[in-house]
Ligand binder design. Sequence first.
Ligand SMILES: *Cc1c(COP(=O)(O)O)cnc(C)c1O
Length: 379
Amino acid sequence: MEFETRAIHDGQEPDSKTGAVIVPIYLTSTYQQEAIGQHKGYEYSRTGNPTRTALEESLASLEGGKYGLAFASGLSATTTVLNLLKSGDHIIAGDDLYGGTYRLLEKVVSNWGITTTYVDIDEITNFSSAIQANTKLIWIETPTNPLLKIIDIEFIANIAKQNNLILVVDNTFVSPYFQRPLELGADIVVHSTTKYLAGHSDIIGGAVVTSNEELYSQLKFYQNAIGAVPSPFDSWLVLRGIKTLAIRMREHEKNALYLAYFLEKHPKIEKIYYPGLPTHEHHQLAKSQMSGFGGMISLEIKGGFTEVEKFASRLKLFLLAESLGGVESLLCYPAKMTHGALPETERLKRGIKDNLLRLSVGIENPQDLKQDLENALVN
Ligand SMILES: *Cc1c(COP(=O)(O)O)cnc(C)c1O
Protein backbone atom coordinates (compact mmCIF):
# COMPACT_ATOMS: atom_id res chain seq x y z
CA MET A 1 0.00 0.00 0.00
CA GLU A 2 1.07 3.56 -0.65
CA PHE A 3 2.27 6.07 1.94
CA GLU A 4 -1.00 8.03 2.32
CA THR A 5 -2.95 4.82 2.96
CA ARG A 6 -0.43 3.43 5.41
CA ALA A 7 -0.42 6.73 7.29
CA ILE A 8 -4.12 6.35 7.95
CA HIS A 9 -4.37 2.60 8.55
CA ASP A 10 -1.13 0.98 9.70
CA GLY A 11 -1.08 0.31 13.43
CA GLN A 12 -4.60 1.71 13.64
CA GLU A 13 -7.08 -1.13 13.29
CA PRO A 14 -10.56 -0.40 14.64
CA ASP A 15 -10.82 -1.31 18.33
CA SER A 16 -11.67 -5.03 18.56
CA LYS A 17 -13.93 -4.62 21.58
CA THR A 18 -16.04 -1.62 20.56
CA GLY A 19 -15.40 -1.05 16.87
CA ALA A 20 -14.09 2.46 17.59
CA VAL A 21 -12.47 3.62 14.36
CA ILE A 22 -9.94 5.77 16.15
CA VAL A 23 -7.36 4.21 18.48
CA PRO A 24 -8.49 4.99 22.04
CA ILE A 25 -6.29 6.97 24.43
CA TYR A 26 -5.46 4.28 26.97
CA LEU A 27 -5.08 6.34 30.11
CA THR A 28 -3.88 3.53 32.32
CA SER A 29 -0.60 2.96 34.07
CA THR A 30 -1.11 -0.74 34.70
CA TYR A 31 -2.98 -3.83 33.43
CA GLN A 32 -4.77 -6.62 35.25
CA GLN A 33 -3.06 -9.99 34.99
CA GLU A 34 -5.36 -13.02 34.75
CA ALA A 35 -2.95 -15.11 36.75
CA ILE A 36 0.62 -14.64 37.84
CA GLY A 37 2.71 -14.25 34.71
CA GLN A 38 -0.37 -14.27 32.44
CA HIS A 39 -1.23 -11.00 30.73
CA LYS A 40 -2.44 -9.66 27.39
CA GLY A 41 0.89 -8.23 26.30
CA TYR A 42 0.80 -5.19 28.58
CA GLU A 43 2.05 -5.03 32.17
CA TYR A 44 2.97 -1.42 32.89
CA SER A 45 2.69 1.67 30.68
CA ARG A 46 6.36 2.64 30.77
CA THR A 47 7.06 -0.72 29.16
CA GLY A 48 4.12 -0.62 26.78
CA ASN A 49 0.80 1.13 26.22
CA PRO A 50 -1.66 0.31 23.40
CA THR A 51 -1.92 3.92 22.16
CA ARG A 52 1.85 4.08 22.02
CA THR A 53 2.01 0.69 20.27
CA ALA A 54 -0.28 2.04 17.54
CA LEU A 55 2.03 5.03 17.09
CA GLU A 56 5.13 2.85 17.06
CA GLU A 57 3.69 0.57 14.38
CA SER A 58 2.65 3.58 12.34
CA LEU A 59 6.11 5.17 12.59
CA ALA A 60 7.81 1.93 11.52
CA SER A 61 5.49 1.65 8.53
CA LEU A 62 6.08 5.26 7.39
CA GLU A 63 9.86 4.90 7.52
CA GLY A 64 9.76 1.53 5.75
CA GLY A 65 11.27 -0.07 8.87
CA LYS A 66 10.36 -3.11 10.93
CA TYR A 67 10.36 -1.60 14.41
CA GLY A 68 9.30 1.75 15.82
CA LEU A 69 9.81 3.20 19.28
CA ALA A 70 8.21 6.39 20.56
CA PHE A 71 9.76 8.78 23.05
CA ALA A 72 8.90 11.81 25.15
CA SER A 73 11.02 14.11 22.95
CA GLY A 74 13.42 14.04 20.05
CA LEU A 75 16.32 14.49 22.45
CA SER A 76 15.20 11.62 24.67
CA ALA A 77 15.06 9.44 21.54
CA THR A 78 18.61 10.58 20.78
CA THR A 79 19.76 9.96 24.36
CA THR A 80 18.32 6.46 24.26
CA VAL A 81 20.09 5.68 20.98
CA LEU A 82 23.40 6.95 22.38
CA ASN A 83 23.06 4.45 25.22
CA LEU A 84 24.06 1.84 22.64
CA LEU A 85 27.58 3.16 23.22
CA LYS A 86 29.98 2.50 26.10
CA SER A 87 32.72 4.51 27.76
CA GLY A 88 35.70 4.76 25.41
CA ASP A 89 33.61 4.74 22.25
CA HIS A 90 33.81 7.42 19.57
CA ILE A 91 31.15 9.12 17.44
CA ILE A 92 31.51 10.91 14.12
CA ALA A 93 28.90 13.60 13.55
CA GLY A 94 28.26 16.08 10.78
CA ASP A 95 29.08 19.64 11.88
CA ASP A 96 25.76 21.22 10.80
CA LEU A 97 23.67 19.72 13.55
CA TYR A 98 20.63 20.52 15.67
CA GLY A 99 21.97 22.66 18.57
CA GLY A 100 20.40 20.44 21.22
CA THR A 101 22.07 17.34 19.78
CA TYR A 102 25.42 19.15 19.89
CA ARG A 103 24.78 20.18 23.50
CA LEU A 104 23.85 16.61 24.43
CA LEU A 105 27.03 15.24 22.86
CA GLU A 106 29.28 17.90 24.38
CA LYS A 107 27.77 18.40 27.83
CA VAL A 108 26.21 15.05 28.67
CA VAL A 109 27.46 12.18 26.53
CA SER A 110 31.07 13.42 26.87
CA ASN A 111 30.73 12.78 30.64
CA TRP A 112 30.11 9.11 29.87
CA GLY A 113 33.63 8.91 28.39
CA ILE A 114 32.36 9.05 24.82
CA THR A 115 34.04 11.44 22.40
CA THR A 116 32.67 13.02 19.23
CA THR A 117 34.48 14.31 16.16
CA TYR A 118 32.52 16.83 14.05
CA VAL A 119 33.37 16.72 10.41
CA ASP A 120 32.91 19.42 7.83
CA ILE A 121 30.17 17.91 5.71
CA ASP A 122 31.17 19.92 2.64
CA GLU A 123 33.82 17.28 2.06
CA ILE A 124 32.06 13.94 2.34
CA THR A 125 35.28 11.88 2.47
CA ASN A 126 35.93 13.57 5.83
CA PHE A 127 33.64 10.94 7.31
CA SER A 128 36.02 8.11 6.44
CA SER A 129 39.17 9.99 7.42
CA ALA A 130 37.69 10.68 10.88
CA ILE A 131 37.28 6.98 11.68
CA GLN A 132 39.31 5.78 14.68
CA ALA A 133 39.81 2.29 16.09
CA ASN A 134 37.13 3.04 18.73
CA THR A 135 34.56 4.63 16.38
CA LYS A 136 31.15 3.00 16.79
CA LEU A 137 28.59 5.32 15.31
CA ILE A 138 28.03 8.00 12.66
CA TRP A 139 25.33 10.61 13.31
CA ILE A 140 24.01 12.77 10.49
CA GLU A 141 21.12 15.08 9.79
CA THR A 142 20.02 15.80 6.24
CA PRO A 143 18.86 18.32 5.18
CA THR A 144 20.99 19.95 7.83
CA ASN A 145 19.87 22.53 10.31
CA PRO A 146 19.96 25.43 9.67
CA LEU A 147 21.97 25.57 6.43
CA LEU A 148 19.91 22.95 4.57
CA LYS A 149 22.88 21.14 3.10
CA ILE A 150 22.25 17.66 1.77
CA ILE A 151 24.41 14.71 2.79
CA ASP A 152 24.56 11.65 0.53
CA ILE A 153 23.04 9.01 2.84
CA GLU A 154 23.92 6.07 0.60
CA PHE A 155 27.56 7.14 0.47
CA ILE A 156 27.79 7.44 4.26
CA ALA A 157 25.90 4.14 4.69
CA ASN A 158 28.60 2.40 2.62
CA ILE A 159 31.33 3.86 4.82
CA ALA A 160 29.41 2.69 7.89
CA LYS A 161 28.94 -0.82 6.53
CA GLN A 162 32.57 -1.22 5.47
CA ASN A 163 33.71 -0.20 8.94
CA ASN A 164 31.03 -1.92 10.97
CA LEU A 165 29.60 1.35 12.31
CA ILE A 166 26.00 2.19 13.17
CA LEU A 167 24.61 4.93 10.92
CA VAL A 168 21.94 7.10 12.52
CA VAL A 169 20.05 9.67 10.44
CA ASP A 170 17.95 12.38 12.05
CA ASN A 171 15.12 12.64 9.51
CA THR A 172 13.17 15.39 11.28
CA PHE A 173 13.62 18.06 8.62
CA VAL A 174 11.73 16.46 5.74
CA SER A 175 9.78 13.63 7.40
CA PRO A 176 9.41 10.10 5.96
CA TYR A 177 7.05 11.47 3.33
CA PHE A 178 9.99 12.95 1.44
CA GLN A 179 12.94 10.84 2.62
CA ARG A 180 13.38 7.31 4.00
CA PRO A 181 16.99 6.82 5.17
CA LEU A 182 16.56 3.11 6.03
CA GLU A 183 15.91 2.44 2.34
CA LEU A 184 19.23 4.17 1.58
CA GLY A 185 21.18 1.99 4.01
CA ALA A 186 20.90 3.77 7.38
CA ASP A 187 20.61 1.54 10.46
CA ILE A 188 18.52 3.84 12.63
CA VAL A 189 16.26 6.82 11.93
CA VAL A 190 15.57 9.37 14.65
CA HIS A 191 12.80 11.95 14.71
CA SER A 192 11.63 14.83 16.72
CA THR A 193 7.92 14.05 16.22
CA THR A 194 7.34 17.51 17.71
CA LYS A 195 7.87 18.83 14.18
CA TYR A 196 6.28 17.56 10.94
CA LEU A 197 5.01 14.20 12.20
CA ALA A 198 2.75 15.70 14.86
CA GLY A 199 2.57 18.81 12.71
CA HIS A 200 0.43 21.14 14.83
CA SER A 201 2.91 22.55 17.35
CA ASP A 202 1.02 21.06 20.27
CA ILE A 203 3.26 18.33 21.68
CA ILE A 204 6.89 17.37 22.29
CA GLY A 205 7.81 13.87 21.12
CA GLY A 206 10.46 11.67 19.57
CA ALA A 207 10.84 8.46 17.61
CA VAL A 208 13.36 5.81 16.63
CA VAL A 209 12.86 3.39 13.74
CA THR A 210 15.08 0.50 12.67
CA SER A 211 14.87 -2.77 10.74
CA ASN A 212 17.77 -4.33 12.65
CA GLU A 213 16.38 -6.78 15.18
CA GLU A 214 19.40 -6.76 17.42
CA LEU A 215 19.52 -2.96 17.59
CA TYR A 216 15.78 -2.93 18.19
CA SER A 217 15.92 -5.30 21.14
CA GLN A 218 18.67 -3.21 22.75
CA LEU A 219 16.79 0.02 22.09
CA LYS A 220 13.54 -1.44 23.40
CA PHE A 221 15.39 -2.46 26.55
CA TYR A 222 16.80 1.06 26.96
CA GLN A 223 13.43 2.67 26.22
CA ASN A 224 11.98 0.85 29.22
CA ALA A 225 15.09 1.06 31.41
CA ILE A 226 15.57 4.81 30.87
CA GLY A 227 11.84 5.52 30.77
CA ALA A 228 11.64 8.62 28.54
CA VAL A 229 8.31 7.52 27.03
CA PRO A 230 5.47 9.68 25.67
CA SER A 231 2.08 9.84 27.38
CA PRO A 232 -0.88 8.06 25.74
CA PHE A 233 -2.41 11.46 24.93
CA ASP A 234 0.75 12.74 23.24
CA SER A 235 1.05 9.44 21.35
CA TRP A 236 -2.51 9.92 20.14
CA LEU A 237 -1.84 13.48 18.97
CA VAL A 238 1.15 12.33 16.92
CA LEU A 239 -1.01 9.57 15.39
CA ARG A 240 -3.62 12.15 14.56
CA GLY A 241 -1.02 14.36 12.92
CA ILE A 242 0.40 11.48 10.89
CA LYS A 243 -2.93 10.91 9.13
CA THR A 244 -2.51 14.22 7.26
CA LEU A 245 1.29 14.14 6.95
CA ALA A 246 1.25 13.57 3.19
CA ILE A 247 -1.09 16.42 2.33
CA ARG A 248 0.60 18.76 4.78
CA MET A 249 4.07 18.02 3.39
CA ARG A 250 2.88 18.67 -0.16
CA GLU A 251 1.50 22.06 0.88
CA HIS A 252 4.58 22.95 2.97
CA GLU A 253 6.75 22.23 -0.04
CA LYS A 254 4.55 24.06 -2.53
CA ASN A 255 4.55 27.18 -0.35
CA ALA A 256 8.27 26.96 0.39
CA LEU A 257 9.18 26.68 -3.27
CA TYR A 258 6.96 29.66 -4.11
CA LEU A 259 8.53 31.80 -1.38
CA ALA A 260 12.07 30.61 -2.17
CA TYR A 261 11.74 31.85 -5.77
CA PHE A 262 10.39 35.16 -4.52
CA LEU A 263 13.11 35.63 -1.88
CA GLU A 264 15.92 34.58 -4.19
CA LYS A 265 15.24 37.61 -6.39
CA HIS A 266 14.57 40.10 -3.60
CA PRO A 267 17.21 42.88 -3.45
CA LYS A 268 17.35 42.79 0.36
CA ILE A 269 18.23 39.12 0.50
CA GLU A 270 21.92 38.31 0.35
CA LYS A 271 21.68 34.53 0.17
CA ILE A 272 18.98 31.91 0.22
CA TYR A 273 19.22 28.26 1.21
CA TYR A 274 16.51 25.97 -0.15
CA PRO A 275 17.36 22.57 -1.68
CA GLY A 276 14.46 22.85 -4.12
CA LEU A 277 16.08 25.77 -5.96
CA PRO A 278 18.19 24.75 -8.97
CA THR A 279 20.84 27.19 -7.69
CA HIS A 280 21.20 25.25 -4.40
CA GLU A 281 24.65 23.63 -4.21
CA HIS A 282 23.19 20.15 -3.58
CA HIS A 283 20.05 20.40 -5.70
CA GLN A 284 20.84 17.32 -7.81
CA LEU A 285 21.61 15.17 -4.79
CA ALA A 286 18.46 16.45 -3.07
CA LYS A 287 16.45 15.46 -6.12
CA SER A 288 17.83 11.95 -6.21
CA GLN A 289 17.73 11.26 -2.47
CA MET A 290 14.41 12.84 -1.55
CA SER A 291 11.03 12.84 -3.25
CA GLY A 292 10.49 16.47 -2.22
CA PHE A 293 12.38 19.36 -0.69
CA GLY A 294 10.39 20.14 2.43
CA GLY A 295 9.20 23.38 3.97
CA MET A 296 12.34 24.86 5.51
CA ILE A 297 14.10 27.89 4.04
CA SER A 298 17.09 29.73 5.46
CA LEU A 299 18.18 33.16 4.32
CA GLU A 300 20.79 35.80 4.93
CA ILE A 301 19.43 39.29 5.01
CA LYS A 302 21.53 42.22 3.75
CA GLY A 303 22.97 44.23 6.62
CA GLY A 304 23.57 43.34 10.24
CA PHE A 305 21.62 42.62 13.36
CA THR A 306 19.52 45.83 13.11
CA GLU A 307 18.15 44.63 9.75
CA VAL A 308 17.44 41.24 11.27
CA GLU A 309 15.56 42.85 14.17
CA LYS A 310 13.56 45.08 11.85
CA PHE A 311 12.57 42.15 9.67
CA ALA A 312 11.57 40.00 12.66
CA SER A 313 9.51 42.73 14.29
CA ARG A 314 7.63 43.58 11.08
CA LEU A 315 6.50 40.06 10.26
CA LYS A 316 2.93 39.36 11.30
CA LEU A 317 2.16 35.86 10.01
CA PHE A 318 5.60 34.33 10.53
CA LEU A 319 5.71 34.06 14.30
CA LEU A 320 9.07 34.47 15.98
CA ALA A 321 9.41 31.14 17.73
CA GLU A 322 11.65 28.11 18.08
CA SER A 323 10.62 24.84 16.45
CA LEU A 324 9.34 24.02 12.97
CA GLY A 325 7.09 21.72 11.01
CA GLY A 326 3.73 22.97 12.25
CA VAL A 327 0.88 24.19 10.07
CA GLU A 328 1.70 27.79 10.99
CA SER A 329 4.70 29.67 9.62
CA LEU A 330 7.52 30.41 12.03
CA LEU A 331 10.64 32.53 11.99
CA CYS A 332 13.74 31.52 13.89
CA TYR A 333 17.00 33.37 14.53
CA PRO A 334 19.46 30.47 14.86
CA ALA A 335 22.34 32.49 16.37
CA LYS A 336 20.28 33.29 19.47
CA MET A 337 17.63 30.57 19.43
CA THR A 338 18.17 26.99 18.18
CA HIS A 339 21.95 27.40 18.02
CA GLY A 340 22.38 29.62 21.06
CA ALA A 341 24.10 26.67 22.77
CA LEU A 342 26.99 26.83 20.29
CA PRO A 343 29.98 29.00 21.24
CA GLU A 344 30.17 32.01 18.90
CA THR A 345 33.43 30.99 17.19
CA GLU A 346 32.06 27.48 16.64
CA ARG A 347 28.82 28.90 15.26
CA LEU A 348 30.53 31.26 12.82
CA LYS A 349 32.90 28.51 11.73
CA ARG A 350 29.83 26.48 10.80
CA GLY A 351 28.47 29.29 8.65
CA ILE A 352 25.65 30.32 10.99
CA LYS A 353 26.11 34.04 10.52
CA ASP A 354 24.60 36.93 12.49
CA ASN A 355 22.31 37.75 9.55
CA LEU A 356 20.98 34.20 9.09
CA LEU A 357 17.27 33.55 9.58
CA ARG A 358 15.31 30.33 9.23
CA LEU A 359 11.73 30.06 8.05
CA SER A 360 9.44 27.15 8.72
CA VAL A 361 6.92 27.70 5.96
CA GLY A 362 3.42 26.75 7.06
CA ILE A 363 0.37 25.85 5.03
CA GLU A 364 -1.33 29.25 5.05
CA ASN A 365 -2.21 30.87 1.74
CA PRO A 366 1.06 31.41 -0.16
CA GLN A 367 0.15 34.92 -1.34
CA ASP A 368 -0.54 35.97 2.25
CA LEU A 369 2.86 34.61 3.30
CA LYS A 370 4.60 36.38 0.41
CA GLN A 371 2.86 39.64 1.31
CA ASP A 372 4.00 39.27 4.92
CA LEU A 373 7.63 38.82 3.85
CA GLU A 374 7.38 41.66 1.36
CA ASN A 375 6.05 44.03 4.03
CA ALA A 376 8.86 43.07 6.39
CA LEU A 377 11.52 43.67 3.75
CA VAL A 378 10.62 47.28 2.84
CA ASN A 379 13.21 49.91 3.73
C1 LIG B 1 13.73 19.72 17.36
C2 LIG B 1 14.79 18.82 16.85
C3 LIG B 1 15.37 17.85 17.68
C4 LIG B 1 15.03 17.71 19.13
O1 LIG B 1 13.73 17.31 19.34
P1 LIG B 1 12.85 17.70 20.62
O2 LIG B 1 11.55 17.08 20.33
O3 LIG B 1 12.82 19.20 20.71
O4 LIG B 1 13.54 17.10 21.81
C5 LIG B 1 16.31 17.01 17.10
N1 LIG B 1 16.68 17.13 15.80
C6 LIG B 1 16.15 18.05 15.00
C7 LIG B 1 16.60 18.14 13.59
C8 LIG B 1 15.19 18.93 15.49
O5 LIG B 1 14.69 19.87 14.68
